[in-house]
Write a protein that binds this ligand. Structure first.
Ligand SMILES: [Zn+2]
Length: 486
């Protein structure tokens, strides 16, 4: 059931709320093929902003973009045993093309290791060719049974980094560096705090030696894996015979990594911040940071407020604020407020004839820390100083609020299965517990509670003192973060 805004409250049905937001904020819609989504212009603009920020961070850490083909011969995928086992169930295969059956079927990339590594074997001959630091922005296809817009779609957009190194240490350093890049992006741009750490063996990438991940907590207290960084060891170098000549003239297999984030990040943004009024976008990733809503009753007033609105847009554009004047006819200001609130625009400026006379606008924030007034008049003359500063403050407040929420939804030191079950079936959130390290114990807890080990957390997130017992009662070898997850 929708509220007066036609939006199901989060507390009533979070999943319905999510689907309605995706539709009503015009982020995406379904296509003719089940599980494939159309990313609409407003959603795609968010993706472009995500891309722009990440691309800059990848380049700043020495990576170059390249593009590899969409198809690979099926035999190439088969070369790394764990890799093919992990991906085979969800690959789409092209058997016919050009009006005839193909001699060898082609796989549509589910990820590009098996496309890139045969090429790297040509590119890499000597230690002088290393490291290779590549990134690709592309689409991939994974035939998923149950799909949801942005979170799990058959085709999705992503970036995949692929690097090759001369030593194990360098590959590990790169894997950790990119995990750090993801974490900075998620905190500084998405205003989404994340726990970083190592995936358990059962949850790691097919073909990796170690997988690290960033885990965010959504507003329904379920975890979302937002980015992963894999140390591939020499697995792919061996599968595709990529060796280099060392300074001493020896021939060694190279060490490699891969790392990726996808349009799933848009799903994360929606669920990490949104509320019953709609989407909430962090200012740094908002396609429209400031919307100006002109208010008029007659044509004279209309021309005055529209002129004032255009003047405000050009002032804000000068200081690199993404501002938009809502000139839609036949829609009252209240309906426009609802519309932009639903789309998560951080700041609204209302301009009526009396405001123009007084040389001011009424600013209304989409969100404030608890209890703070959303509305405040601002002088037009000081907009260029105040608005950029306000957007920076709102970005910080959004992160701080998300951090507080995560802390309030984190329980540490849980040692009994009963207590664990009552938390994950109740409030949910991150639960820090011990783990004996046994895979059977891991899958038993998963089967019984639907909560999985998200990560073995990095040191800064760990509890002091560390837990001594696993949920099964055995001695703990690792502290882990468990949660129900997307
Ligand atoms: Zn155990």
């Amino acid at each position: 059931m929708g509220n007066d805004r036609g939006l199901t409250p989060q507390a009533e049905d979070f999943s319905a709320w999510y689907n309605e937001i995706v539709q009503q904020a015009e982020l995406a819609c379904h296509s003719q093929v089940r599980g494939c989504m159309v990313i609409r212009p407003y959603g795609y603009r968010i993706w472009e902003l995500i891309q722009g920020a990440l691309d800059g961070m990848f380049k700043a850490t020495g990576h170059e973009n390249a593009y590899f083909p969409l198809f690979l011969p099926k035999s190439a995928l088969d070369r790394e045993a764990e890799h093919v086992e992990g991906f085979a169930p969800e690959v789409a295969v092209v058997t016919h093309a050009g009006g005839a059956e193909l001699e060898e079927p082609l796989v549509i990339r589910p990820t590009s290791e098996a496309i890139i590594w045969p090429i790297l074997s040509d590119w890499i001959q000597s230690y002088r060719d290393l490291p290779v630091l590549l990134n690709q922005w592309a689409n991939v296809v994974r035939w998923e049974m149950r799909t949801r817009p942005f979170l799990r779609t058959t085709e999705f957009l992503w970036q995949e980094g692929h690097t090759a190194h001369a030593s194990q240490e360098e590959a590990e350093e790169e894997t950790r560096r990119m995990l750090g890049v993801y974490r900075s992006f998620m905190e500084d741009w998405m205003a989404m705090p994340v726990v970083t750490g190592l995936k358990s063996e059962s949850e790691k990438f097919a073909g990796a030696v170690r997988t690290y991940a960033t885990e965010g907590l959504m507003k329904d207290n379920k975890a979302l894996q937002a980015g992963t960084s894999h140390n591939l060891g020499q697995n792919f170098a061996k599968a595709f015979d990529v060796r280099y000549q060392t300074e001493d003239g020896e021939h060694e297999y190279v060490w490699s990594t891969s790392w990726g984030v996808s349009t799933r990040l848009i799903g994360a943004l929606i669920m990490a911040h949104g509320d019953d009024m709609g989407l909430i976008l962090p200012p740094r990733l908002a396609p429209v940071q400031v919307v100006i809503v002109p208010i008029w009753r007659n044509d004279d007033q209309k021309s005055i407020v529209l002129a004032a609105g255009e003047d405000i847009v050009s002032r804000l554009t000068e200081v690199d604020v993404r501002a938009k004047l809502d000139v839609r006819e036949g829609m009252n200001p209240g309906a426009k407020y609802y519309d932009w609130e639903r789309r998560g625009v951080p700041l609204r400026l209302e301009v009526g004839p009396r405001d123009v006379e007084a040389g001011q606008v009424m600013s209304v924030r989409r969100f404030t820390p608890d209890g703070e007034e959303r509305k405040r008049p601002i002088q037009v003359e000081s907009l260029v100083d105040e608005i950029p500063a306000l957007l920076v403050r709102m970005q910080d407040e959004l992160l701080a609020g998300a951090r507080n929420r995560r802390e309030a939804s984190t329980v540490r030191g849980v040692e009994s299965m009963d207590e664990f079950r009552s938390i994950v079936d109740g409030q949910g959130g991150f639960v820090f517990t011990g783990w004996c390290g046994d895979e059977e114990c891991e899958s038993r807890v998963k089967d019984e509670t639907k909560a999985t080990i998200r990560v073995i957390p990095d040191e800064e997130f760990r509890t002091d003192p560390a837990p001594t017992r696993c949920l099964c009662g055995a001695e703990s070898r690792y502290e882990v973060v468990r949660a129900k997850a997307y």
